[in-house]
Design a protein around this ligand. Structure first.
Ligand code: S6P
Ligand code: ZN
Length: 198
């Protein structure tokens, strides 16, 4: 547990200064921008049903983070911007993960675009939540999560989670999600993932 400093009078001594960050709604960028990572298609080989060239530099998504101490008393926030696109008939998506500390919850607030959050638990149950501007998706502990861009424009969203959660990508890479989101007759469809391993 992270101890707070107590003053002699018993009051909690704050450790951090309050601060403001601007979310540019029209781009998903943070102002000021401090920590940005980009996921390119080649790094996602094996996550899509269709083969992907590991050399592909096509940008799939970008994550901008507000850095804070990674402890249970703080909240991490970031924006994610997923480009529109398809790999064969499968929509562009995030890699997806469980939190390393499985009980850590998270919220996503949709800012733009037409997304779907795919969730799965370790028993193989799955759920799909809409993520458009104004949608708040609540991701309880124990649910792996992946966001899919099921539209023709960027999907942008803000996530907030308990800062010591950590990320377990390996389990998803090994097992996949029970479902995939594909384009059928021009519309998104959630279909069984034949490669899923419980
Ligand atoms: C973090 C949260 C999101 C994702 C981001 C990219 O816990 O769920 O900020 O990190 O959307 O997805 P991924 O699966 O590559 O981390
Ligand atoms: Zn997460």
């Amino acid at each position: 547990m992270h101890a707070r400093t107590l003053c002699e009078d018993g009051l909690v001594q704050p450790e951090l200064e309050p601060f403001a960050t601007r979310v540019a709604l029209e781009t998903g960028a943070l102002e000021p921008e401090r920590q940005v990572s980009e996921r390119r298609l080649g790094e996602m080989a094996g996550l899509y049903a269709a083969p992907v060239a590991t050399s592909s530099t096509i940008l799939v998504y970008r994550v901008s983070t507000v850095p804070v101490p990674e402890r249970s008393s703080d909240l991490l926030c970031c924006t994610t911007v997923i480009e529109p696109g398809l790999v064969d008939d499968e929509y562009f998506m995030t890699a997806g993960h469980y939190h390393a500390m499985r009980d850590r919850a998270e919220t996503y607030l949709g800012l733009a675009g037409s997304g779907l959050v795919i969730l799965a638990d370790e028993a193989g149950r799955w759920r799909a939540l809409p993520l458009r501007a104004g949608d708040l998706a609540y991701i309880p502990g124990g649910w792996a999560h992946r966001t899919v861009n099921a539209g023709d424009d960027q999907v942008r969203f803000l996530s907030t989670w308990i800062a010591d959660a950590g990320h377990d990508y390996a389990t998803i890479r090994a097992r996949g999600f029970p479902v995939r989101v594909v384009r059928r007759a021009g519309e998104p469809a959630v279909v069984e993932n034949a490669a899923f391993r419980r």
